[in-house]
Design a protein around this ligand. Sequence first.
Ligand SMILES: NC(=O)c1ccc[n+]([C@@H]2O[C@H](COP(=O)([O-])OP(=O)(O)OC[C@H]3O[C@@H](n4cnc5c(N)ncnc54)[C@H](O)[C@@H]3O)[C@@H](O)[C@H]2O)c1
Length: 266
Amino acid sequence: MNIGIIGAGTIGGFLIRELKNDPLFSLVAVTDIDTDVCIKALTDNGYPIDLHLPLAEFPENTDVYIEAASAATAPVVAKHALERGKVAIIASVGGLGDIDEYRVLAEKNGGQLRLPSGAISGLDALKAIPSESITKVVLVTTKPARTLASSEYIRERGLDLLNIKKPICVFSGFAREAAQAFPKSINVASTLSHATIGLDRTEVEIRADPDSDRNRHEIRIESGHGILVMETSNVPFEENPRTSRLAAYSILATIRDLTDPVIIGT
Ligand SMILES: NC(=O)c1ccc[n+]([C@@H]2O[C@H](COP(=O)([O-])OP(=O)(O)OC[C@H]3O[C@@H](n4cnc5c(N)ncnc54)[C@H](O)[C@@H]3O)[C@@H](O)[C@H]2O)c1
């Protein structure tokens, strides 16, 4: 399969490294608004720099477009891939908003939109439960205070997260507002919503913890088929502490599922 990557930062760079020795995948194009980042990711891994192309010039034989760039880039990549009947794997899920228009595009052209589990666990079970039986979905995300401190939402409210002494709640609302408030930090809220009861009913709380060095996600689902409680406590990437290593591995697993003869989990 021919792979094109949009965004060669933490996740994109990781994918370029990991896919390098996988004979089932060929990297055919990479783009990044920061040319130096893109060239470095390519040359560090022994790829020619002419793979650095703007999205509009990605080769026609690109089978899979992987967005690992930003919330604003996610809809552009999803539309580009789905209009061509290709697979779009989107990391910045919060940037998509409602996904109905992508479903229509994918159905019309024969493509597929894939939203990896990212930094959370348990989407396999959630997919299996009929969504009409789900009555309540709550996500509580706790991030190191210093990771959240630079967010625009926090700065606009004058919150000094670098000097808090105990965990505090910095956001409480629904997933749609959470994605708008923290476009770089809470993609999992949107992914969880799309798998369950939607952006306007999925409850989200975001906490800042001065003593933690992990990104923790606690999920509680109430349904007619039982209660599910899931927790992940993720090691962040050093180069971008907002991003958990699990998120990058989840995208890699999503790519590998495309060719894997055995699929485990729903
Ligand atoms: N789904 C999840 O669970 C999950 C988890 C972590 C991160 N993410 C999201 O994945 C995305 C990538 O994360 P990251 O840690 O690699 O970020 P990063 O900042 O390390 O890398 C992003 C790269 O994309 C580039 N970029 C930005 N806009 C671009 C555009 N329009 N075209 C091309 N390149 C562009 C930047 O220059 C940067 O090099 C972020 O939006 C992040 O919010 C999702």
